[in-house]
Design a protein around this ligand. Structure first.
Ligand code: MN3
Length: 240
């Protein structure tokens, strides 16, 4: 395993062992990003589908700007700040566990880096529908029904004031919903509720404004059509 492959593997393990798409597809949809930039410890994983793959839920232009500008910038700034602060660990869990000791830049840019990695991976074309596998059973055990879970998660995402994310986490073997501001993440030591994330939704305006304008609720209700439950179940099995 060469250095880059090792780093990529360990970074992805840190991000919940996300499975990613292949680099050839990525190069064809996103020639602007040099994902092989060796100056970065934390690379931006390839988007696992084309920019237009989640239409009509998420339009191609929003996806392109979100991935190639917003997420790429978080990635770049996170790496630059790690270098500046001489933080050498390649384990993002370790960084988040100690995030209160670091600069606000690490918190914001590191969160922005990780949160989008998860978000891209828990969505897919031709997805949505009902949860599957172990996570489906756990949802019923902890929320009573999928409908109730959907209602609670929707409420958390809709009522998060300003920018932030809604999360489904595993905590002490149980599922829990939490909404956090900005780019905070449930793995961070300063998160009021901590746990291992297996599903999230970005409710920053940049995630939906081009298509939905002020109608955050419509974006959230359409989000259910693109959730990759197989991936969520894999993550649940991995962290549970
Ligand atoms: Mn975003």
């Amino acid at each position: 395993m060469d250095k880059r492959t090792f780093l990529k593997t360990s970074v992805l393990a840190g991000a919940g062992a996300l499975l990613i798409g292949n680099e050839k597809i990525q190069a064809s949809i996103n020639p602007g990003i040099n994902i092989a930039d060796d100056s970065m410890v934390f690379i931006q994983p390839p988007l696992p589908y084309a920019y237009n793959a989640l239409e009509p839920t998420i339009d191609a232009q929003t996806m392109e700007i979100h991935y190639s500008k917003h997420h790429a910038t978080y990635t770049k700034n996170f790496n630059a700040e790690l270098k500046k602060q001489a933080i050498s660990t390649t384990d993002i869990n370790e960084i988040f566990k100690n995030v209160s000791k670091y600069s606000m830049v690490i918190r914001n840019q590191g969160g922005g880096y990780y949160n989008h990695n998860l978000y891209w991976n828990i969505m897919a074309p031709n997805a949505g529908g009902e949860p599957v596998g172990g996570v489906a059973k756990q949802i019923i055990a902890d929320f009573g029904s999928f409908a109730k879970f959907k209602e609670d998660f929707t409420k958390a995402a809709t009522t998060q004031f300003g920018s932030g994310w809604a999360w489904l986490i595993v905590k002490d073997g149980k599922l829990q919903i939490v909404a956090l501001p900005n780019q905070d993440n449930p793995l961070m030591d300063l998160s009021p509720v901590q746990g291992k994330p297996i599903l999230n939704i970005d409710v920053w305006e940049h995630a939906y404004y081009l298509k939905y304008q002020n109608k955050r609720a419509d974006y959230i209700s359409n989000f259910w059509n693109v959730i990759n439950w197989k991936k969520v179940d894999q993550l649940f099995t991995m962290v549970g």
